[in-house]
Ligand binder design. Structure first.
Ligand SMILES: [Zn+2]
Length: 270
């Protein structure tokens, strides 16, 4: 599943090819993805200039004066900029043709992604209740500490709550908790301010590192043959159940927390 770093890398890869381009046409090969594609996408987008590509959480917004196309990659989606005459492949659902003889093509085998519309000056309901961006100054240990008081939910569940902070998925939550030395099972309300500061720092460092590494894969977004592979992670705990902890050497433990698989070290994480 594309996580926040993949989405941010997609944005950066698209930017030089898409920003400032005029949309010459929109081709929808199906009427819906996860949800129906609203008529505004095909009726309002053609003729508009794409002024910017923004990311909010794991959503991408193509901003025009007529409104913004709102995209989510879901479980399996990818966006690529291709020469306009590139043959269509299975699961290529949407083409947004650009003035530079290229096409922004959305492929999504499982169709958990979406393409929606946000009128100018409005906030789409999907974006309305989102918490702070993890790499912004609005996200820090003090905020986590304040928001967690009185919360008995496991800290891992708390950290993955999009109202608390956006874009910290299962992989990055597990990794950040390991780096901060916090057990994912611990009640969110029982963790000190100092430890939340370490956790916020870990989240920022991991995401920034992943985005930095993503820079090396940017060519995938313009190559017709390039597979949109997700980043290979140098994972410390995620997916390493039973393997030795990279800090203490003891076997890592696995359990479900909030219906999500979780792996951690019971010695290093308290
Ligand atoms: Zn350990």
């Amino acid at each position: 599943m594309p996580e926040l770093p993949e989405v941010e890398t997609t944005r950066r890869g698209l930017l030089p090819h898409v920003e400032g381009q005029q949309v010459s046409g929109v081709l929808l090969r199906r009427a819906d993805l996860r949800w129906p594609i609203p008529p505004e996408v095909a009726s309002l987008l053609p003729g508009q200039r794409i002024d910017s590509i923004r990311r909010r959480a794991k959503y991408l917004l193509l901003d025009t004066t007529a409104g913004s196309a709102l995209l989510h990659l879901g479980m399996s989606g990818s966006l690529r900029v291709l020469p306009a005459n590139t043959p269509v492949r299975t699961h290529d659902h949407v083409d947004i043709s650009l003035g530079n003889q290229r096409v922004l093509r959305f492929n999504d085998p499982r169709r958990f992604g979406c393409l929606l519309w946000q009128p100018p000056g409005e906030l789409h309901p999907l974006l309305a209740r989102l918490g702070p961006e993890p790499l912004s100054d609005d996200f820090d240990g003090d905020g986590l500490f304040a928001r967690s008081r009185g919360r008995s939910a496991p800290v891992k569940t708390f950290l993955m709550d999009q109202v608390v902070v956006v874009g910290v998925g299962n992989i990055y939550a597990a990794e950040a908790l390991f780096i901060a030395g916090i057990s994912p099972m611990r009640a969110a309300g029982s963790i000190s301010r100092r430890r939340y500061q370490a956790l916020a720092d870990a989240v920022k460092a991991i995401l920034a590192h992943a985005i930095e590494r993503g820079g090396t894969t940017l060519r995938d977004f313009i190559s017709p043959d390039g597979a949109p592979g997700y980043f290979e992670q140098e994972l410390l705990v995620y997916g390493r159940d039973g393997l030795p902890c990279k800090r203490c050497g003891r076997a890592l433990t696995q359990a479900n927390i909030g219906q999500r698989t979780s792996v951690w070290c019971t010695h290093c994480q308290r």
